[in-house]
Write a protein of this length. Structure first.
Length: 285
């Protein structure tokens, strides 16, 4: 079994933090940095005024939580865009939102079925499930799962499991259960055996980048080539695979930089990414 220095350090750090938290006062590692863009133009002027600070409220809710327990000391960027509509009824202020979240690089999720109650001045609390905070927590944990998978094999699983638990809670609601079946399907797909190949591909790619940092170019190219072959199989099996194509679009130049002296790798890139064929061809001539 291969060992990975960075992964081992992370796991040791994680265990150490759990021990520390269990036997001392809590500490909070600020590893998540969210930026929220709120689009309110479809609301009345009165509602726009009431919700003018709503984006900042969500930012603070995300940024002031300890999501990872210091699994990694690196800051994880999260970008969120929310387009709100007023769905209030006589007895409750209620909104629907189209929601886009990304890590600003290679993971992005879109949801158009979000419905939640909110009253101006209401504080956000994650101690009990709420259609607003439960939804936010669901997608933040998915982004974190994606990020932690880059540190070691399937290291993001606990975050995906948190998202799964939230989806199960969401489906228990009545008027706010809309969309949670689709979210449950999403997280089950992410955690499926079918999707494991994609998650392991990411681990190989970032392991290669780790060895570049360690100035071991031969080992780096070996792991990045493994990632490229795995990625090509995923795209060949399903050309509409959004996560795989997003990953390729985000990292295609890194593949080139690391594998430019390997014609076989360049030809693989040309097959799976024809949009950048001219770039790849330049390395074959």
């Amino acid at each position: 079994m291969r060992t990975r220095t960075v992964g081992t350090k992370i796991i040791i750090l994680f265990v150490s933090v759990l021990f520390f938290v269990a036997f001392s006062t809590p500490i909070f590692a600020q590893t998540v940095r969210a930026q929220v863009k709120m689009i309110l133009e479809r609301l009345s002027m009165e509602k726009q005024n009431e919700l003018k600070d709503f984006g900042k409220l969500i930012e603070d809710y995300i940024n002031n939580q300890d999501w990872t327990g210091e699994v990694t000391g690196e800051e994880i960027p999260i970008r969120i865009q929310i387009f709100l509509k007023d769905k209030s009824v006589s007895y409750e202020e209620r909104y629907s939102g189209t929601f886009l979240i990304s890590n600003n690089l290679d993971a992005q999720y879109y949801d158009k079925y979000w419905v939640f109650p909110y009253r101006k001045g209401e504080m956000l609390d994650n101690n009990i499930f709420h259609p607003l905070t439960g939804f936010i927590d669901f997608y933040v944990n998915i982004i974190l799962g994606n990020e932690l998978d880059k540190y070691d094999r399937l290291l993001g699983t606990p975050f995906f499991e948190k998202a799964r638990a939230l989806s199960e809670q969401g489906m228990f609601g009545t008027q706010y259960a809309v969309g949670w079946r689709e979210r449950s399907d999403l997280i089950e797909y992410i955690l499926s055996e079918e999707r494991k190949a994609f998650r392991l591909m990411k681990d190989s790619f970032y392991l290669g980048k780790y060895y570049i940092d360690e100035e071991d170019a031969t080992t780096a190219r070996k792991h990045v080539k493994e990632a490229l072959v795995a990625l090509s199989k995923l795209i060949k099996a399903n050309p509409e695979d959004k996560e795989s194509t997003q990953f390729l679009q985000a990292h295609h130049m890194e593949f080139v930089d690391l594998l430019k002296e390997d014609p076989d790798s360049i030809e693989i890139l040309m097959r799976i990414d024809p949009d950048h064929a001219s770039i790849y061809e330049s390395y074959l001539n």
